[in-house]
Design a protein around this ligand. Sequence first.
Ligand code: FDA
Length: 332
Amino acid sequence: MTTRAGAAPLPGPSRPRQRPPLVRTVVLGLSRTRPVRHLVTRTGLFRPVVNRFIAGETPNDAVTAVADLHARGLLATVDLLGEATVSDVLARQAALGYHTILEALSRRGLHSHVSVKLSQLGLDLSLDTAETWLREIVAHAQTTPTFVRVDMEDSGRLVATQRVFDSVWDTGARNLGIALQAYFYRTPDDARRFAARGVSIRLCKGAYAEPQDLAYARKRDVDDAFVRLMDELLGSESHLAIATHDERLIDQAKAIAAARNVAIDRYEFQMLYGIRRDLQELLVRQGYRVRVYVPFGAQWYPYFMRRLAERPANVLFLARHLIRRSPRPKDG
Ligand code: FDA
């Protein structure tokens, strides 16, 4: 059985010391503690805020969200929430969840993509486990037909994720693409390797707290790396999904695509459910393809905490919501 041995990415060349974003480090750190997990998942206090980022808990909720997006001219990729699966039974259950959503989308005649995290399919148990379930999902998706995007997780799973991806790609499956994170020093090499084989790439900034010997920490450095990668990939033959809500980067993407005369079906913008709906709709009105990442399912906690950690304003918003909900002290 193959294991995760050697899964950590190679360190990049030596870099100047940078300070990682404090809010991200603190929120992601706290999210791993039991009291915070309990407060967020068990009390119901956070529900209205959770509902902003998550489409619901059932396949029906996801299908309804996709239909609503389509009605507004937006495309979708559906993610059954879940990660870091700790048993074969749970990995199998996650795979079954994907079969269910593929069937539900197909029954409604909705052409959506799906996005999948390999740790949800058992990557932490063995590479073979994740590969088995990914192959099955991709084979089913071929029949509907649906495109399957493999999300990229933290640095400890990066090499393993790419290995499993490669094995399934090498079977000839072409309804398959991968996500790459601009913050890793190694990503330009990865991007070239995937683009040379015609793999569709989703480029995002990266959502995890990573060590400084592997990833840029400062926003400015991550953004610059994003632009360099976007520039190179828009000049390649592979399809590029530009996954960001950052208007400055989106404007740069538009400018590069226009200057290079890149056909409109060779790239698309992608954004997360509940974030910058105004910008999503504006881009559609301007004639661009925009795909919304639609997460659903009961295992929403880690995804939700990453969304909180991305933006200090979200933590303030949450604090204000909690203060409004707490009972006012009585006079006297
Ligand atoms: P940035 O964080 O600079 O935000 C730009 C602006 O967007 C903000 O000023 C704000 O207006 C808005 N915004 C961004 N995040 C927000 C939030 N949480 N709440 C409210 N507003 C927000 N990551 C990863 O590691 N692996 C993956 O596979 C994926 N997959 C993925 C798919 C898609 C479709 C998207 C859009 C993103 C991902 N990500 C991801 C997440 C990504 O790495 C990144 O963490 C977020 O997109 C936030 O970064 P931005 O590029 O939006 O820029």
